[in-house]
Design a protein around this ligand. Structure first.
Ligand code: B1M
Length: 211
């Protein structure tokens, strides 16, 4: 098995120490950092997302895989930056105003990073105007809104409306969270919906035109 294959397996299994050592080994073998991301880390997190979607693994396994990926990225990021390689797509994500739940939103952010998106996380309880300001600042291709309370679904409606009316650069909007559905997403004029963090990667890639 090649070092890249071993690295991919280590990340998917959440083995942080191995992921770090194998990343270093691959670099010592002369593998380019971009290849490490594209051929080992992204496929590993895609496999993790797929297994999560199919209920074969759960939140803890996903978090340890994300930690292993982070170990590898800590070694790669300075080299990627030095080589002028940055993620092609930027996404903003936040939990809508009035809502403090962030566990699911954080998982979506982790999976988007695993798919090599630059992710700007605006946190929780984010007012519509803050989303608009962040769109103007970061110029993302995608924006993700999360809501966990039926009482904050109207804030999601208001956020989509405010973004659309703001005249800020065109951006695809994805929504999700336990009370959200495909039908609701369509009703409020969002571009996409995902029921879980694994599907959120597939949908994000579709929305930005990466697949
Ligand atoms: Co709250 N809470 N909570 N809570 N809480 C729920 C959501 C609730 C269902 C519990 C219940 O009553 N059975 C209920 C909502 C009822 C409703 O609206 N119908 C509820 C309530 C009522 C409240 C308070 C109002 C309680 C109170 O104070 N009286 C209060 C509200 C505070 C506020 O937000 N203003 C409150 C507070 C809290 C805590 C702070 C204690 C804590 C949050 C901690 C935190 O997030 N840092 C909390 C928790 C933990 C929960 C439960 C137990 C778990 C939520 C969770 O993290 N799930 C929850 C009950 C439950 O779900 N069993 C509950 C795990 C997470 C991985 O799943 O977030 O669904 P989820 O994310 C999934 C998908 O939804 C999707 O992908 C994720 C991963 O697969 N997804 C997206 C999420 N965002 C997405 C975005 C996307 C795409 C997919 O695209 C952008």
């Amino acid at each position: 098995m090649t070092t890249l294959e071993q690295l991919s397996q280590a990340v998917a299994a959440g083995k942080s120490k191995d992921a770090k050592a194998l990343t270093q080994r691959a670099l010592d073998e002369g593998v380019k950092p971009g290849r490490l991301v594209d051929e080992a880390l992204v496929p590993a997190m895609a496999a993790v997302g797929e297994r999560f979607k199919n209920n074969e693994i759960f939140v803890p396994e996903m978090l340890v895989a994300a930690r292993a990926m982070k170990e590898a990225m800590n070694l790669l990021e300075p080299r990627l930056l030095a080589a002028g390689i940055t993620p092609k797509y930027t996404a903003l994500i936040g939990t809508v105003q009035g809502d403090l739940h962030d566990i699911g939103k954080n998982l979506v952010a982790v999976m988007w990073r695993g798919a090599n998106f630059r992710v700007v996380d605006l946190g929780t309880n984010v007012p519509p105007a803050k989303f608009v300001a962040a769109i103007n600042e970061h110029r993302p291709q995608l924006i993700g809104l999360s809501a966990l309370l039926t009482t904050t679904m109207p804030a999601m409606v208001e956020t989509v409306r405010t973004i659309r009316a703001s005249g800020c650069p065109a951006v695809k909007i994805m929504v999700g969270g336990a009370p959200i559905s495909q039908q609701f997403a369509e009703e409020i004029g969002a571009d996409g919906y995902a029921s879980d963090a694994g599907s959120a990667v597939d949908r994000a890639r579709e929305l930005v035109g990466a697949i």
